[in-house]
Each structure stands twice: as structure tokens, then as C-alpha cells.
Design a protein around this ligand. Structure first.
Ligand SMILES: CC(=O)N[C@H]1[C@@H](OP(=O)(O)OP(=O)(O)OC[C@H]2O[C@@H](n3ccc(=O)[nH]c3=O)[C@H](O)[C@@H]2O)O[C@H](CO)[C@@H](O)[C@@H]1O[C@H](C)C(=O)N[C@@H](C)C(=O)N[C@H](CCC(=O)O)C(=O)O
Ligand SMILES: Nc1ncnc2c1ncn2[C@@H]1O[C@H](COP(=O)(O)OP(=O)(O)OP(=O)(O)O)[C@@H](O)[C@H]1O
Ligand SMILES: N[C@H](CCC[C@H](N)C(=O)O)C(=O)O
Ligand SMILES: [Mg+2]
Length: 486
């Protein structure tokens, strides 16, 4: 791309050297630099990208964007105030603002982003659309999954993925929008058509400090829908969450509400579930509809309402949307039943917040015949204030196994001690090694029991230190169950 055009909207303090005619590639990682690259130096939480500028030049970078004046041979240096902001501007321009050419749906909220966005993606494919999805599980392009390291990726990766979706011919793209992503500008230049809010409850206070700040971060998705009312855009808000009122005020675009408890335009009633699926009645401006789906839990009714409302707002008929919903499979690792011929039921889940734990246990309450055994851990070096509250919520289960979930650099005992202070009864065990904890949960089970293994979901690793070790709750649970019962 022509360099002058690329940087025309970038405010800069100084240009050292001569701008190259063209830029072939942009990267923020020196290890990806090649001949003709623009390398942008980002000050990270671990290292400072400026320390890799010289290495980038050796590898062929023709322009370095930096917050400091640098002297690196003949390589041109563009000195700017804030490389984080400039990254967003450059990324969107370099990839040609691809989000304008797709129907973009963004999903934010503490819990339910992966679930709602996964449902939307599967439903769009069922509706015959070519669809892309980004989020915690990865980048899914028409059913083909690519790894990604964040729920909401950095601005460059985000723009690259949208451009790839556009080139592949996708008409729709659904993105999980994390509060980190919004605050850190990872979504700069992404134009959403539909913005969805699931809920806001305790998490990530190590990063945001207070719930007010956290709520403000999520609100950016709605204020960023912008003021251009000639474009059809809409917000889809959960009437059961009080934050929705504030988010409605943040956008002039049409607001659609959904809910189970409070008054809402799209409301569920008569919810019934067994361990194979859920049925309910949808009351909405178009009338009353019978809904059936393979997903479990009241929380998934809320998630389904979000997906139904969004697709309706996007212009699909409710008949088509509900038919698509009835066909899709549960989202991977979210209240997913392990298929086993055994006298116990095992669910793999991703609950890692107090609210999610409450909802996960509630999800099986309707068909509980014996005990609920609930295994949960927390990550190390992350929000510690949620730990006792998570254990308190887990106490609703008859037996609880407290363990770790990516301990990182923290000792097992430090995590377990914080967790156990919240337990409301004594029917629990503390086992730091997650594999041993899963084995213990199965060892405790008697016929008729339900085991929920929470926190790891689709993940096949456990992060200890900075290393990802292979770990699968599901594999261990299946092996132990077969050994014990079959
Ligand atoms: C705390 C945080 O957000 N960290 C993110 C950050 O990493 P970092 O600041 O440590 O980066 P760094 O390693 O210091 O590198 C700084 C710069 O130097 C560059 N570098 C580095 C090494 C080198 O040899 N050469 C080089 O050029 C890097 O490419 C980078 O540009 O930038 C990385 C690249 O974008 C992210 O992957 C990483 O997310 C980490 C993995 C993470 O765990 N983040 C969590 C807190 C997070 O963002 N979570 C949210 C919400 C989750 C949810 O609610 O579901 C998410 O959206 O994922
Ligand atoms: N609408 C909801 N309300 C409350 N809890 C929910 C809801 N949807 C899902 N959950 C619970 O939260 C867990 C995580 O769900 P999901 O992965 O969809 O959330 P997420 O917002 O993507 O989380 P993350 O922040 O890790 O990306 C589920 O496994 C389930 O236990
Ligand atoms: N996707 C979430 C889940 C992490 C949950 C748990 N593994 C932890 O480390 O707290 C995050 O990046 O915050
Ligand atoms: Mg997620």
C-alpha cells in the first residue's frame, strides 16, 4: 500500500529519514517482520516493543512507528504520541475498513459471549449464510477453526480476520467483544451493525478496578455504534440486567430488549428442560412462538433470546430463526453433556465467575435426582476478590471440589485458601492439581449423581507458570468413569 495514503490520518510528531514508497505488511511483533514491513512498537505488560526496533530493521522493516525518536541506520522512523492508538488507525486503513462490507454482530457481557456468538454463527450457517466468528474458542471461518490467543484480538489481528472473512465471501461476522478489547482499542475501526449485551457481573476487577469502570468499558460497544442514523444499526439489550438502561441511553439507534424476568419485547415464558434440551414460549411483537433447542439451562434461554432477537433485528423471519435454533448443537464446553453409557451424568462447563457458577448449578436443578458434585477452580494472578464468592455460589452443590484453573505463578495453596473461605458447608475437598481433582470428583460419584466440571470448557490445557500443559477435564473424567462404573 502507498505509505503516504496509509499514514494520511495519523497524527505524528516527527519523521526521521525518508518514507518508503510502499508498505507490504504491518506487524507489532518483530518476529513476524519481513522485507517491506512496517513495524509498530507497542509497550506491553511484559516487554517493550521499542526494544525490538533494531531487530525489526535488520529483518527488513522499512518504516518503524515509535513513541521515541530512534536512530536505526537508514530506516525511516515515524514518531507518534501513542502507538496503541495509531495501531488501530493503521490496521483499519491497511485492510481497507473491511467491516463496512460485512454484517457485523458484536457480543459483550461478563458471561455468555462465547455462547451467544457461537449460537449466532451456527444459526447463520443453518440459515444458509457464509459466516465468520471470533472469540475465546478461536477464529471460525465457515466452520474451519483457527487458533487465536485472546477473546478479542489486537487491532491488527482483528482487522486481518475481518478482511479474511470478507475475501472468503462471508456475509456475516460475529465477534466476541471483551471489556479489555474495548478499553485497549483492539476494536478501533470495527463498525458493528448489531451490538448485543448479555449481562454484567463480578469479574476482571484486577484490570478495571471497580464495577463502574467495568460497566463503562462494556458501554463503549454501544456508544461506538455512532450517530449516523442513515445506517441500519441496533442494540440488543438484556432487560433482566440493570446496566441495559444505561446502555440504551448510550446509543440513538433502535434498541431491542429481551428477557425472562422483566418486561421485554422478546420474552420467554413456560421454560421446561430435561437433560436433553429445553422448550419455552417466545412472546414478542410478532406473536407467540413455541421454541425448542438442544441447549440446557435458564442462562441459555437468555442467550437464545439474545441470538433470536439479534437475527430478527438483522432482518430474518422468526420462523426461519427458530427452525435454525432447534437444529444447532450446544456450544463447545458450555454445559455440554459428555456422551457416556454410565449411571452418572457429567457436564463440561466454562463457569469462572460467581454468577456463571450460580447459573451452571441452576441449569441442572430441574432434572436432579441425586447429588450435584461441582468442581471449580480459579486462575492465578487474576482477580482474587471473586474467589470466596465463587466458592459461596458453588456451595449450593451437595459436594464441591475446589481446585485451580490456570494457576500461572501462584501457589496452589494461595488459590485454595482464598476459595475455601467462601464455602458455606463442609462437604468439600481442596485439591490443587486439577487432574487429581477431576479424579476425586468421579471417585465421589454414586449412581444418579450429576458432576459439573467448571472452568475449562473447550480448553485442552492448564497454564502453570507461563507454560501450557496438556490437560482435559473431559478425557480424565471419561477414563475414571469407565474404570469405576463400566
Ligand atoms: C494483559 C494483556 O492483555 N496482555 C496482552 C498483551 O500482551 P503483553 O502486553 O504481555 O505483550 P508483550 O509480550 O509485553 O509484548 C509487547 C509488544 O512487544 C512485541 N514483541 C514481543 C516480543 C518479541 O520478541 N518481539 C516483539 O516485537 C509484541 O508483539 C507486542 O507488540 O498483548 C498480547 C497481544 O495482543 C495479548 O495476547 C495479551 O493478552 C494476554 C494473553 C491475556 O491473557 N490477556 C487477557 C487479560 C485478556 O486480554 N483477556 C480478555 C478478556 C477475556 C474475557 O473476558 O473473555 C481478552 O479479550 O482476551
Ligand atoms: N447468559 C449467561 N448468564 C450467566 N451465566 C452464563 C450465561 N451464559 C453462559 N454462562 C455461564 O458462563 C460460562 C461461560 O460462558 P461463555 O463462555 O459463553 O461466556 P464468555 O462471556 O464468553 O466468557 P469469557 O469472558 O471467558 O470469554 C458458561 O459455561 C456458563 O456456565
Ligand atoms: N477467557 C477468560 C477466562 C479465564 C478463566 C480462568 N482460566 C482464569 O485464568 O481466570 C479470560 O481470559 O479472562
Ligand atoms: Mg468467551
Amino acid at each position: 500500500m502507498n505509505t503516504q495514503q496509509l499514514i494520511e490520518n495519523v497524527p505524528f510528531n516527527r519523521l526521521i529519514g525518508t518514507l518508503p514508497e510502499t508498505i507490504e505488511h504491518i506487524t507489532m511483533d518483530s518476529r513476524e517482520v519481513r522485507k517491506g514491513s512496517l513495524f509498530i512498537c507497542i509497550k506491553g505488560y511484559t516487554v517493550d516493543g521499542h526494544d525490538f526496533a533494531a531487530q525489526a530493521a535488520v529483518q527488513g522493516a522499512v518504516l518503524i512507528v515509535s513513541e521515541q525518536p530512534l536512530e536505526i541506520g537508514n530506516t525511516a522512523i515515524l514518531v507518534v504520541e501513542d502507538t496503541d492508538r495509531v495501531l488501530g488507525l493503521l490496521a483499519a486503513k491497511f485492510y481497507g475498513y473491511p467491516s463496512k462490507d460485512l454484517q457485523m454482530i458484536g457480543v459483550t457481557g461478563t458471561n455468555g459471549k462465547t455462547s451467544v456468538s457461537g449460537m449466532l454463527h451456527s444459526m447463520l450457517m443453518e440459515l444458509g449464510k457464509s459466516s465468520a466468528l471470533t472469540g475465546t474458542i478461536g477464529f471460525n471461518l465457515n466452520g474451519e477453526l483457527h487458533q487465536s490467543s485472546n477473546t478479542t484480538s489486537d487491532a491488527l489481528t482483528t482487522q486481518r480476520m475481518i478482511a479474511q472473512a470478507k475475501e472468503t465471501g462471508c456475509s456475516h461476522m460475529t465477534m466476541e467483544v471483551s471489556s479489555h478489547g474495548l478499553i485497549l482499542g483492539r476494536l478501533a475501526g470495527v463498525e458493528f451493525n448489531t451490538a448485543i449485551f448479555t449481562n454484567l457481573t463480578h469479574d476482571h476487577l484486577d484490570f478495571h478496578g471497580t464495577m463502574e469502570e467495568y460497566g463503562h468499558a462494556k458501554g463503549l460497544l454501544f456508544s461506538q455504534l455512532g450517530q449516523n442514523l442513515q445506517e441500519k444499526k441496533q442494540a440488543v439489550l438484556n432487560a433482566d440486567d440493570p446496566w441495559s438502561k444505561q446502555y440504551a441511553d448510550m446509543t440513538p439507534h433502535p434498541v431491542y430488549t429481551y428477557g425472562i424476568k422483566e418486561d421485554a419485547q422478546f420474552k420467554a415464558a413456560g421454560i421446561h428442560m430435561d437433560n436433553h434440551g429445553t422448550t419455552f414460549t417466545l412472546n414478542c411483537p410478532e406473536g407467540e412462538f413455541a421454541v425448542s433447542m438442544k441447549l440446557l439451562g435458564h442462562f441459555n434461554v437468555s442467550n437464545a433470546l439474545a441470538a433470536i432477537t439479534a437475527l430478527y433485528a438483522e432482518g430474518f423471519t422468526l420462523e426461519d430463526v427458530l427452525a435454525a435454533l432447534s437444529r444447532i448443537a450446544p456450544v463447545e464446553g458450555r454445559m455440554q453433556k459428555v456422551e457416556l453409557d454410565a449411571p452418572i451424568s457429567i457436564f463440561i462447563d466454562y463457569a469462572h465467575t460467581p454468577d456463571a457458577i450460580e447459573k451452571a448449578i441452576d441449569a441442572v436443578a430441574d432434572f436432579k435426582t441425586n447429588r450435584i458434585i461441582f468442581l471449580v477452580g480459579t486462575g492465578g494472578n487474576r482477580d482474587k476478590t471473586k474467589r470466596p464468592i465463587m466458592a459461596e455460589k458453588a456451595s449450593v452443590a451437595d459436594y464441591v471440589v475446589l481446585t485451580t484453573d490456570d494457576p500461572r505463578y501462584e501457589e496452589y495453596d494461595s488459590i485454595l485458601n482464598d476459595l475455601q473461605t467462601g464455602m458455606a458447608h463442609d462437604n468439600f475437598a481442596c485439591i490443587g492439581d486439577r487432574g487429581e481433582a477431576v479424579k476425586h470428583a468421579v471417585a465421589q460419584a454414586e449412581p444418579g449423581d450429576i458432576i459439573i466440571l467448571a472452568g475449562k470448557g473447550h480448553e485442552d490445557y492448564q497454564i502453570i507458570g507461563s507454560t501450557k500443559y496438556p490437560h482435559s477435564d473431559k478425557e480424565i473424567a471419561i477414563k475414571e468413569t469407565l474404570k469405576k462404573f463400566c
